[in-house]
Design a protein around this ligand. Structure first.
Ligand code: NAP
Length: 261
């Protein structure tokens, strides 16, 4: 596939007030992008917009809670007014959720799915007319290696990321006739604020977790994959190993995870 030119890219990126989303905005700055940046913390978005303006990027903050289905369409309408078209849509905002299934009421699953699954799906749906007007448009869905392999203590999070994978594969085939690519990014543990979230805090996983990488590393790998028009990346080398092992030897992986659980 021909390489994508990101110069002056018009982007809509969710979850840009911290972590991978913020690092992605900063990684795009050299391309002099125009970005609609979405998250709840308005002051963080304003600070980011101010920071990158002086170095050639235009960021239009849209502060909202994407757990609310009603604001998703408003966010896309805002992008229509600011950008006119979308070349790059990144569904990145997400929440972690940690805890044993038997101790976690199903209401929590609804919260997780609302942000990690329904928001990306609905935003993509509303953004389709703008993507169709874009230059070599691409949808990037930020999933996880836990969208490839379910692990204990993260049943709801894994379910939300598996759902995002299935959705992404289906629309990749469908949207190809409009020239819209779909990239799934499956990071492993990354040093971000994800683990400070209300559904994570105060709970310690029962197993040793591998050392995290920086969000800047993940963002650089994402930019490279977007340029190359890739379908899926697993930025962490050990993440690739884990996904491969669970495909080649699923029963061995079950055995390992049962021991930890
Ligand atoms: N960190 C990891 O180890 C890891 C591993 C695999 C996959 N991921 C995925 O990477 C993505 C980004 O997460 P991150 O690690 O960069 O964590 P993060 O630093 O916590 O970033 C999450 C972003 O989503 C935004 N967000 C959260 N709830 C929101 C809501 N209700 N409405 C609008 N925006 C909301 C947050 O901003 P506000 O709080 O300002 O709203 C923040 O900008 C997520 O989809 C996550 O599942 C992360």
């Amino acid at each position: 596939m021909a390489r994508r030119d990101l110069q002056n890219v018009r982007a809509f990126i969710t979850g840009t007030s911290s972590g991978i989303g913020r690092a992605l905005v900063e990684a795009l700055v050299p391309y002099q992008p125009r970005i609609v940046a979405v998250a709840r913390r308005a002051e963080r978005l304003a600070e980011l917009a101010e920071k990158v303006r002086s170095i050639g990027a235009e960021v239009f903050p849209f502060a909202c809670d994407l757990s609310d289905p009603l604001v998703r369409r408003e966010a896309v309408n805002f992008a229509a007014r600011k950008l006119g078209a979308i070349d790059l849509l990144v569904n990145n905002a997400g929440t972690g959720a940690l805890g044993r299934f038997e101790d976690t009421p199903p209401e929590i699953l609804r919260q997780v799915m609302e942000l990690n699954f329904f928001a990306p799906v609905e935003i993509t749906y509303y953004a389709l007319p703008l993507l169709k007007k874009g230059q070599r448009p691409i949808v990037v869905n930020v999933s996880s290696i836990l969208g490839h392999r379910g692990i204990p203590w993260r049943a709801y999070y894994c379910a939300s990321k598996f759902a995002l994978h299935g959705f992404s594969e289906s629309i990749r085939a469908e949207l190809s006739r409009h020239g819209i690519d779909v990239l799934v990014v499956s990071p492993g543990r990354t040093r971000t604020e994800l683990f400070d979230g209300p559904l994570e805090k105060g709970k310690e996983p029962a197993w040793p977790e591998p050392a995290p990488v920086s969000p800047e590393y993940v963002a650089r790998r994402m930019v490279r994959a977007i340029i190359k028009g890739k379908a899926e990346i697993i930025p962490h080398p050990w993440g690739k190993g884990m996904v491969l092992l669970s495909r080649l030897a699923p029963r061995l992986m079950d055995w390992i995870l049962k021991r930890y659980a």
